[in-house]
Design a binder for this molecule. Structure first.
Ligand code: SAM
Length: 272
């Protein structure tokens, strides 16, 4: 990210969620604030030109919020949105009695608060903002200072952030979540794509060029097996991971096909 500036990919992801509300059929993720939080200006034309990325973003939020609803039904009442960007969950939270923490880089968080005020979206009383740089700060310490009870279950949404972080920051953040009994996370990640996977490789190169232009290049990828092994080592005992096949069958009602896809979304729970 550019020093002292809000995240520009956060705007891009929010624009794709807003366009999803208007044009995609089926609509996989319903977010009545997705368009409003962006203000009245027209959305960039490129948000209309990326149906595959838009689908993936819609799926990751739907998957995450469905998993969150299940966690709340089991008694979890602490929710942490990591690298929140313009995510609107906290402002339309359907789970009374849950406490929400939004974690982000200070510059992005400040920009979001200005944006909320400008468009008249109310900040709920049960929401706490926590400024963190995943690369340098102690996430858990900051959250506990902000009021999180790290001895009780907490659900973390970590969407659209992992591909931008160093491996060390990913491991440190997952370790913090795994240190909480009943800690649960939904995160998305990209797999490294070999040159031999020509179509996926070209698609990734194009996306990498876009995010690099925005000053937020992807840092690499995570191999599914290595990531699952890491999660187990850290103490997560329940892992659910979906790629392109499950996205097609579960959310589009189509045959799964052969393609695993380069972007995955994953849920991991430390149940004991
Ligand atoms: C692509 S945006 C995703 C935002 C949001 N989660 C969404 O799905 O729309 C990436 C987010 O990660 C945050 N981020 C990136 N690197 C970070 C870091 N080192 N520490 C804290 N936040 C970071 C950015 O500020 C931004 O909000």
């Amino acid at each position: 990210m550019r020093e002292g500036e809000p995240s520009r990919t956060a705007f891009g992801a929010a624009a794709l969620r807003a366009v999803h509300q208007e044009v995609d059929d089926p609509r996989i993720f319903t977010d009545p604030l997705a368009r409003r939080i962006l203000g009245p200006a027209p959305l960039p034309e490129r948000s209309r030109e990326r149906p595959r990325l838009r689908l993936f973003i819609a799926v990751r939020h739907r998957f995450a919020e469905d998993a969150l609803a299940a966690a709340v039904a089991r008694g979890t009442d602490q929710v942490v949105v990591l690298g929140a960007g313009l995510d609107t969950f906290a402002y339309r939270n359907p789970h009374p009695g849950t406490r929400v923490f939004e974690v982000d880089h200070p510059a992005t968080a400040a920009w979001k608060r200005e944006q909320l005020a400008e468009v008249g979206i109310e900040v709920p009383e049960d929401l706490t903002y926590v400024d963190v740089d995943f690369e340098t700060d102690d996430l858990l310490e900051r959250l506990v200072d902000g009021g999180l009870d790290a001895t009780r279950p907490a659900f973390f949404l970590w969407l659209g952030v992992v591909p931008y972080l160093t491996h060390d920051a990913v491991v440190t953040t997952l370790s913090a979540i795994a240190s909480i009994p009943g800690g649960e996370v939904v995160m998305d990640y990209v797999r490294p794509v070999a040159e031999s996977e020509a179509v996926a490789h070209a698609r990734r190169a194009e996306l990498q060029a876009t995010v690099t232009d925005l000053g937020e290049p992807f840092t690499g990828g995570l191999h599914t097996e290595e990531l699952h092994a890491l999660l187990r080592r850290l103490g997560f005992d329940e892992i659910e991971d979906i790629g392109r096949r499950e996205i097609r069958s579960r959310y589009l009602g189509r045959p799964p096909g052969d393609e695993d896809g380069d972007a995955h979304v994953l849920r991991a729970l430390r149940s004991r």
